[in-house]
Design a protein around this ligand. Structure first.
Ligand code: UDP
Length: 481
């Protein structure tokens, strides 16, 4: 090994939400830790965005595509997306094994994402160390590894509990905040989630996209609290905040030009992640709320899902005379044209959040969005929709003090325009916003420090690689299966 680059194989589960963080980790390992990186991608070949990302892959990493599998006979219309991903990974195991066997040079270690834990035994077959990379935070990881205990202790649905769910040494989780797979204990998705919780610690370590100063209490509990440690099982390595780098050259000029002429920290960016959408009624309230607040905004707008259709199926029936799409209030574009920019479907979020004119983010609280905002010092209006976004919103609001959120969960009740106006003003105009901005800038600084040379996350990554080297007992040539 000495003198040679460590060869790290990373496995990305199906979907952009898994591919992008693995690419980011791969680039980081190659650029800051001198590793040779090969990314194995379980492709779906169904998304144009995925094809584009694979085409534009970074020069720092190699990509190997695992042939797509047909799972149509194993799922039906009720099968949740997370269950489908688990099945896809399971069905891909032979393809992953043969791809790993054919790699030359062979990898020295394997890192899989959250959905890839069933691949860890293959690394054992190959005699290489293996790690799990949780692209989310430590609190989510603690809840997931501890869920098998909650499963034994708690009777009935978690959402119906009267008391918060206790995770030893950590902030308890409010029943209404539980992650989506915990919402229905009879669904296969819950059983898959429990399995993941058991498997996170079955490798040589758990990497997480967080850092020591962001979640000190949870990290301490994962390392020191006996009851939690028994479920974590492996060493934990906070390696974040890892997030996509902005690409200034590709920033669409009209958005950049508009932002360039707005005052510093005056624009609220509104977006619900890669797939989030709001009901027709909620979109109208949000539009009026933004308008009534009289604050500047950029809103990435998606039409509401068609009634009875899946989330992916949208309808646009037409536009009003000023060009306003008919799912927004009539005349909205004309009335807000001095202060607002409406972008259909998708925006260059990383570039927008980095612009100095942006001063707030109304976000669905996907963890990537959270980190992209924290690392730019932009406070939030937390508007969680699905997955682990409710706990993320609670972390931002109650632990870190960098967000305001609606009184009631937006998935339970429509948030009315007055409440939206108030939240926008709080973040953009009132003293609360100033306090939050100061706090989040401190977090930004601590995140930058964690990633810098000799910072906690930099060292944590070095420790993973050092640990892997010591575990690599056999020379590479002796490990061929
Ligand atoms: N994103 C983007 N433009 C958009 C919406 C989302 O670039 O209009 C990116 C965003 O920067 C982030 C990712 O998509 O990197 C969304 O990930 P996140 O974890 O926030 O939420 P998810 O989409 O997985 O729910």
């Amino acid at each position: 090994m000495d003198g040679k680059k460590l060869h790290v194989a990373l496995l990305a589960s199906p979907g952009m939400g898994h591919l992008i963080p693995i690419l980011v980790l791969g680039n980081r390992l190659a650029s800051h830790h001198h590793a040779k990186v090969t990314i194995l991608v379980i492709t779906t070949r169904s998304s144009a965005a995925e094809t584009q990302v694979l085409k534009e892959k970074s020069k720092l990493v190699d990509i190997l595509e695992i042939p797509p599998v047909d799972i149509s006979s194993l799922v039906d219309t009720n099968t949740k997306i997370t269950t489908q991903i688990c099945i896809m990974v399971r069905e891909s195991l032979p393809g992953i094994r043969s791809t790993l066997a054919l790699m030359n040079p062979q990898p020295d270690l394997l890192i899989v994402d959250l959905f890839g834990t069933e691949v860890l035994p293959i690394a054992t077959e190959f005699g290489i160390p293996k790690y799990v990379y949780i692209t989310s935070n430590a609190w989510f990881t603690a809840l997931t590894v501890y869920c098998p205990v909650l499963d034994k202790e708690i009777v009935g649905e978690y959402v119906d509990q009267k008391e918060p769910l206790k995770i030893p040494g950590c902030k308890p989780v409010r029943p209404e905040d539980v992650v989506d797979p915990m919402l229905d204990r009879s669904d296969q998705q819950y059983r898959e989630y429990l399995r993941k919780g058991m498997e996170f610690g079955s490798g040589d370590g758990i990497l997480m996209n967080t850092w020591e100063d962001l979640e000190p209490v949870t990290l301490k509990a994962m390392r020191e609290n006996e009851a939690l440690k028994a479920m974590v099982k492996a060493p934990v390595y906070p390696v974040g905040p890892l997030r996509r780098e902005p690409e200034p050259d590709r920033f669409k000029s009209e958005i950049k030009e508009w932002l360039d002429i707005q005052p510093n920290e005056s624009v609220l960016y509104v977006s619900f992640g890669s797939g989030g959408s709001l009901s027709a009624e909620q979109i109208i309230e949000l539009a009026y709320g933004l308008e009534m607040s009289q604050q500047r905004f950029i809103w990435v707008v998606r039409p509401p899902p068609a009634k009875g259709a899946s989330d992916a199926s949208f309808f646009i029936t037409g536009r009003f005379s000023d060009g306003t799409p008919d799912f927004l209030p009539e005349g909205f574009l004309s009335r807000t044209k001095e202060v607002g920019l409406v972008i259909p479907e998708w925006a260059q979020q990383v570039e927008i959040l980095r612009h100095t004119s942006v001063g707030g983010f109304l976000s669905h609280c996907g963890w990537n969005s959270c980190l992209e905002s924290i690392t730019n010092g932009v406070p939030f209006i937390a508007w969680p929709l699905y997955a682990e976004q409710r706990t993320n919103a609670t972390l931002l609001t109650e632990e870190l003090g960098v967000a305001v959120r609606p009184k009631v969960l937006p998935t339970k009740k429509v948030v009315d325009r007055e409440e939206i106006e108030e939240m926008v003003r709080k973040v953009m105009q009132y003293k609360e916003g100033k306090v939050m901005r100061k706090k989040i800038k401190q977090l930004k600084t601590s995140g930058d420090k964690a990633l810098s040379k000799e910072g906690s996350s930099f060292n944590s990554m070095c420790n993973v690689l050092r640990d892997a080297k010591t575990k690599l007992k056999a020379p590479c040539s002796a490990r061929i299966i």
